[in-house]
Design a protein around this ligand. Structure first.
Ligand code: BF8
Ligand code: SF4
Length: 616
């Protein structure tokens, strides 16, 4: 089965009936996929190759240059980590560039001045006698330094507990600059540079930390400053959030810079009037993927779905515009859109799609361009083909969102102490970050939701992000009522606070919120992150960004369960380091376990062991 959700299954059937090709068809067309690549055993890093290593030991065991299986597998993984870290971090940089202009451009102002000042002080900037615009510009400059190569360590790494920093210092994996570590990773994996697989894997840790405590953390913090720090609110989710009688604009991609501007424009009275003149009852917005998470967390904008919903949303026949920025946007959506009236609009000079319409957003023109997008959606609304419309006949599911670390602390009455007490008493056994994607190789959202259910049953508080968060929300796990599915201890805590047992922490860059929360918990208790009864899981991951996230979790001392095998099984050495030896270095490690029930058992056991060691 492709998905556990009725909304998805109905549209898949509809598109299948008319022969529209979807991600699952294309996966089938690719089968059997290359065994060498799946094991990480192929290399095309130079033109003496491409090379491949025979996993059965009968064919070649060395590439033309002499690289063996261990080097090739480690190098391939390293490049994936570098790409994932680069993606999050370049997204962060785009936000910092806007921060430097905030107050000077129409579309973007500072929404959270307190957070701006807190961050500026953390960066050593004197905020007295300075205007908000001056502070923003100085903070942006200081953050841009974190991307470069002049520093010895990035600023926000200092949020980690002292013990953790010492571990990293001893391993030599403190990131010096966000870009620097990515560039060094690319350098090391060029033919004839780093040929010691263990050394390559150490640089994976450093590069990923430059993402977690660098690019991603900056992306989250600056998004909060520019668009507001999320607070709890309710909204709705699934394909039934699309409205037949309204103009529907789908917000897809990652960076809130575009989606937030479009949300603002869609609320303008003159544009709503224009929509009504065109015969619509109003303008409806629905998010996809992480930019959907961003506007859901801050503005309560409903969510159409996660990664594998992106083609299906067009198949409803009522998506008038799909506006995208970058990351996780399948080129296929342009092809599906050709069968409908839908306009796919790209907005970033670094992410153009063949045959899509391009409306380029800059900090200076975002306001006007957002209006252009809304007007385009109204025009397209008029061109809908009534015969092709089918919104799945299901109810939108309600959800609660907006749990920034600040909001959690506020809900707890001003400090983390009540949470620590609940953990110490055993009401809450531990905390797990459930993160990552959808992957057509596994039934959509089945593993995410099975894992989440089983964890809360065992009194484990789940915080989730990205497409995992959307999965849990779609089955109703993000409403306070879901507390009745939790074990007695967790249920009582949730009921007394009026919160769900699964807290939405945001988008994928917001995995940095998990790091911040765990670091704060560890600091408060006076232990290291690796001592905490905590873990991470990425059950349905597909993306290089997810592997970067998993790596910075492991580097931070967490057990991380991957539900989809990474392409490392061609090297016994790399498997042994990542699933075993790394634990003696960082306290964290990877486990590969596709079965969500078993994954939950592994995590619960791990949490119990950590509790025992802490004597609680
Ligand atoms: O950054 S969870 S499929 S949408 S990579 Fe992509 Fe994966 Fe979804 Fe967000 Ni994250
Ligand atoms: Fe082959 Fe070595 Fe070139 Fe890779 S780097 S393609 S293993 S020769």
């Amino acid at each position: 089965m492709h998905s556990i959700h009725q909304d998805a299954l109905r549209i898949i059937k509809k598109l299948d009936d008319v022969g529209i090709e979807l991600v699952w068809n294309r996966l089938e067309n690719q089968e059997p996929q290359c065994g060498y690549c799946s094991l990480g055993l192929s290399c095309r890093n130079c033109t003496m190759g491409p090379c491949r290593i025979d996993p059965f030991g009968e064919g070649p065991q060395k590439g033309v240059c002499g690289a063996d299986a261990d080097v090739i597998v480690a190098r391939n993984l390293a490049r994936a980590v570098a790409s994932g870290a680069a993606s999050h971090s370049d997204h962060g940089r785009d936000l910092v560039e806007v921060l430097s202009k905030a107050g000077m451009v129409k579309a973007y102002t500072i929404k959270d001045e307190d957070k701006l000042k807190r961050l500026a002080e953390e960066y050593g900037i004197d905020t007295t006698k300075k205007s908000i615009v001056e502070i923003a510009s100085e903070l942006a400059d200081a953050m841009l330094e974190d991307f470069g190569s002049k520093k010895e360590r990035i600023q926000l790494i200092n949020r980690a507990p002292r013990k953790r920093i010492e571990i990293w210092e001893n391993l030599g994996v403190i990131p010096r600059g966000i870009d620097r570590e990515v560039v060094e990773m690319m350098h090391r994996t060029h033919m004839g540079v780093d040929n010691e697989p263990a050394n390559i894997l150490l640089q994976c840790l450093r590069t990923s930390l430059g993402d977690g405590f660098g690019g991603s953390m900056i992306a989250t913090e600056v998004s909060d400053i520019l668009f507001g720090t999320p607070e709890p609110k309710t909204s709705t989710i699934n394909l039934a959030t699309l409205k037949e009688n309204e103009v529907n604009i789908i917000l897809h991609g990652h960076n809130p810079l575009v989606s937030d501007a479009v949300v603002e424009a869609a609320m303008r009275e003159d544009l709503v009037k224009l929509a009504k003149k065109a015969g619509a009852e109003g303008i409806n917005l629905a998010g996809l993927c992480c930019t959907g998470n961003e506007v859901l967390m801050r503005k309560g904008i409903p969510m159409a779905g996660n990664h594998l919903i992106q083609e299906l949303v067009i198949g409803t026949g009522v998506a008038d515009v799909v506006v995208v920025d970058y990351q996780c946007i399948m080129p296929a959506i342009v092809d599906v859109a050709k069968c409908y009236h839908t306009a796919v609009v790209t907005t970033s000079p670094k992410a153009k799609f063949k045959d899509a319409m391009h409306i380029e957003f800059t900090p200076e023109n975002a306001h006007e361009k957002a209006v252009e997008v809304v007007k385009l959606a109204i025009e397209r609304f008029k061109q809908r083909n009534r015969d092709l419309i089918k919104i799945p006949d299901v109810k939108p599911v309600e959800l609660m969102t907006g749990f920034s670390v600040e909001a959690v602390v506020k809900a707890l009455g001003g400090s983390l102490k009540p949470l620590i007490d609940a953990i110490k008493s055993g009401s809450i056994k531990g905390v797990v970050g459930s993160v990552g994607c959808n992957n057509p190789k596994v039934t959509q959202d089945k593993s995410h939701t099975t894992l989440a259910r089983k964890l809360i049953e065992n009194d484990v508080l789940v915080v989730d992000t990205g497409c995992a968060a959307v999965a849990d929300a779609k089955v109703g796990l993000k409403m306070p009522e879901a507390a009745k599915l939790a074990g007695n201890g967790l249920r009582e805590v949730c009921e007394s606070l009026g919160i769900p047992p699964i807290l939405h922490f945001g988008s994928c860059v917001d995995n940095s919120r998990i790091l911040v929360a765990l670091a704060a918990l560890a600091n408060e208790i006076g232990v290291d992150i690796s001592d905490l009864p905590a873990a991470g899981a990425a059950m349905e991951w597909y993306s290089e960004k997810a592997i970067a996230i998993g790596t910075y979790f492991v580097a931070s001392g967490l057990l991380v369960v991957l539900g989809v095998p990474p392409p490392i099984f061609g090297s016994k050495f790399v498997i042994d380091v990542l699933t075993n030896k790394v634990e003696s270095l960082t306290g964290g490690k990877f486990v590969v376990e596709p079965d969500a029930e078993r994954a939950a058992d592994i995590i619960v056991k791990h949490i119990e062991e950590k509790r025992r060691k802490l004597g609680i």
